[in-house]
Design a protein around this ligand. Structure first.
Ligand SMILES: CCCCCCCC/C=C\CCCCCCCC(=O)N[C@@H](CO[C@@H]1OC[C@@H](O)[C@H](O)[C@H]1O)[C@H](O)/C=C/CCCCCCCCCCCCC
Ligand code: UDP
Length: 397
């Protein structure tokens, strides 16, 4: 009987401490977000020229926003850059989009690479390999197809590339778009993900998502270049680990990444989150315990039970107050990340937030139960540690 009581109290104390730590994360993320995000750019030194940047754009297929998103790369205010578009298949609707833009902006240095080189399992790396090898400049920006740039986004990223910094990435966020799925995406990236991302950046923990990343080519080349990471599906995590292991600093820039894919529906978004969760579990197995425990509904329930064991507090009242405070903190963080008015009202926020918070733990469970990973038209299997293997046959899109 006594060991059981000790175990019970042990769990209760653990949950209560974890719950308290989550509030600390909330507070740190809000203050650090206010400090780090949307800062005014420092004036660049007049006697130092801007470093050139080679921008790799891996493309596959078309969506309704592709042309508009790609166009923002031609209209950036940055003096020296080249655009390297990489398209895996010779026949892809993205080819026409890119060719038309290259014709429209003849003054911008741009090249189209058709056809991937198989250097590993990761199709994004295979797609970019040739362009990376032929890129001209020391700084390379890897930028996914759905990213939209502001005029000064590249300058903002370059400003963070100090002497000790090897990698600058944008924290994932979204453009303002209409509809429930867009609201859901904005809420997820601006709350649950930003919270961890900001704290990880402050503590210099690897939490790099490679949708928009500026890196030093010479450092990657010391270890064979991009192709070395082709055996992983989560190349972004291992690239960042490589820079950190070599003693380089990594940081987020002040502008969050504006994801603006034309494909925006709840099913695709949830499939994407589930795919990412599978990657995280394979790379950092401890997230199996810590990630569900960091969800509002789960840790709230655990802490409500713990508070009734430890202090005989009313569990239901505790749970409801917990949810309300979490909701308020999330609103504060989201408005900080957005840095302007949101494209939805507080009621829309409430509905989509509740949906996200209730579906989050379910999606995570789903990711653990079905470990195979579908990415576009391919299916992969991951071993612990992150090495990937493609499972044939491919899916016809
Ligand atoms: C007491 C509190 C403890 C808190 C513990 C928190 C536990 C973790 C909880 C949540 C994790 C959220 C992580 C958010 C970012 C991850 C997004 C992601 O999964 N990205 C992956 C996929 O990216 C795409 O991959 C394919 C590529 O081609 C695309 O271009 C990419 O966009 C990416 O691969 C993974 C990146 C990093 C994963 C790190 C996971 C560990 C996080 C631990 C953070 C701990 C923070 C410190 C708290 C104290
Ligand atoms: O087989 C693939 C899958 C993806 N990509 C590119 O990799 C980037 C990220 O792809 P996606 O948006 O599907 O990844 P997510 O952000 O959902 O992880 C995009 O620029 C895609 O064009 C690619 O070149 N080949």
């Amino acid at each position: 009987m006594v060991p059981m009581i000790y175990t019970l109290y042990g769990f209760a104390i653990f949950f209560f401490i974890y719950w308290s730590a989550m509030w600390l994360l909330h507070i740190i993320a809000i203050f650090y977000g206010k400090y780090k995000l949307h800062r005014k750019l420092p004036q660049p030194a007049l006697d130092e020229p801007y470093p050139g940047v080679s921008i790799l754009k891996p493309l596959m297929g078309m969506d309704s926003n592709l042309a508009a998103n790609l166009e923002t790369f031609f209209t950036m205010s940055y003096p020296l850059y080249e655009l390297l578009f990489c398209i895996e298949e010779e026949v892809d609707p993205a080819v026409t989009v890119v060719e038309e833009l290259i014709k429209k902006y003849p003054k911008v240095s741009a090249k189209l690479f058709k056809g991937a080189t198989t250097v590993g399992v990761n199709p994004k790396i295979n797609n970019m390999h040739r362009a990376f090898e032929e890129s001209v400049y020391e700084l390379v920006l890897v930028s996914d197809s759905g990213i939209k740039m502001k005029e000064d986004t590249l300058l903002d990223m370059v400003c963070y590339m100090t002497d000790k910094t090897g990698l600058v990435h944008q924290m994932p966020f979204t453009c303002d778009r209409n509809g429930f799925a867009a609201t859901l995406e904005k809420i997820y990236f601006g709350t649950a993900q930003s919270r961890i991302y900001l704290v990880a950046d402050l503590l210099r923990v690897n939490c790099h998502t490679g949708m928009s990343t500026l890196l030093r080519k010479s450092v990657l080349k010391e270890n064979g270049g991009l192709k070395t990471f082709g055996c992983y599906l989560a190349e972004d995590f291992f690239i960042c680990k490589y820079f950190l292991d070599k003693g380089w600093r990594t940081t987020i820039s002040s502008q969050p990444a504006l994801q603006n894919s034309g494909l925006c529906d709840v099913n695709s978004f949830q499939a994407r989150l589930t795919r990412w969760a599978k990657l995280r579990v394979a790379m950092v197995p401890l997230v199996i315990i810590f990630e569900p425990l960091s969800e509002c509904m789960v840790i709230g329930a655990c802490a409500a039970w713990a508070s009734s064991v430890l202090f005989q507090w009313d569990s239901l009242a505790f749970y409801l107050i917990h949810i309300l405070l979490w909701f308020i903190c999330d609103w504060m963080l989201l408005t900080t990340v957005q840095n302007g008015s949101l494209p939805f009202n507080k009621f829309d926020f409430l509905v989509a937030w509740l949906f996200r918070e209730c579906s989050g733990p379910y999606l995570f469970l789903h990711a653990i139960i079905y470990p195979n990973i579908q990415w576009r038209n391919r299916v992969f299997k991951l071993a612990w540690g992150g090495i990937a293997q493609e499972i044939t046959p491919r899916i016809k899109c």
